[in-house]
Design a protein around this ligand. Sequence first.
Ligand code: C5P
Length: 233
Amino acid sequence: MKTALITALDVASMTQAWEIVDRIGPEVNWYKVGKQLFTLAGPQIVNGLKERGKKVFLDLKFHDIPNTVAAAVRSAADIGADIINVHASGGPTMLKAAAEAARERGATVIAVTVLTSLDATELAAIGINVSPAEQVLRLVKLTQAAGLAGVVCSAQEISLVKGHCGPDFLTVVPGIRPAGAAHGDQKRVMTPGEAAQAGASHIVVGRPILAAADPAAAARAINLELAAAAGRQ
Ligand code: C5P
């Protein structure tokens, strides 16, 4: 299966969002809308993307009591989000409620396991005395058992996740850098081709597209790399 490219719409205004989306044009079908843009622009940004025929990954990482998260998932699906995410650490009851709400609405819900900003020391400070890798695996299993469709994970974790959850479990992978692109604050990166080869269902790419002199060409190059990797499988 060809890995899908999701462009992270990490911009500070609606004007900038439409400028970049319209410049990129048909090369990108999926956009990720996160807390910065959604807090500023709200459902309008999702509506606008849907009007342009795009699919939306609404990256708001819901984490609350089960009833509230289920209601938020329904709202997200109702405004047009195709993929919605929650924190796996919200627990099994919350995860099941999110999965059930998504099923009702025909949306897809995935989970975030351990934020990459949390190392063993940070985890210990919140009472989690296992390594980040062990905690990721525990939460991945919990996510699948609760009926969610997949997880956000790093490229290095794809084979572990697929090994435990099977090939159909979604792996949505940020931290992607085309060969030669600036790494910025991303420490452990893979190229689009490597992530596709490893089995990523989706890759999330922000700055290498947003900051390119020609964002459509940057996206096209990534899509060609993904197609070549799919051809090799
Ligand atoms: O610009 P860049 O390609 O690094 O953007 C990656 C996107 O993926 C950003 O929106 C970032 O917040 C998100 N992300 C990440 N690492 C994670 C989870 C999400 O880079 N572990």
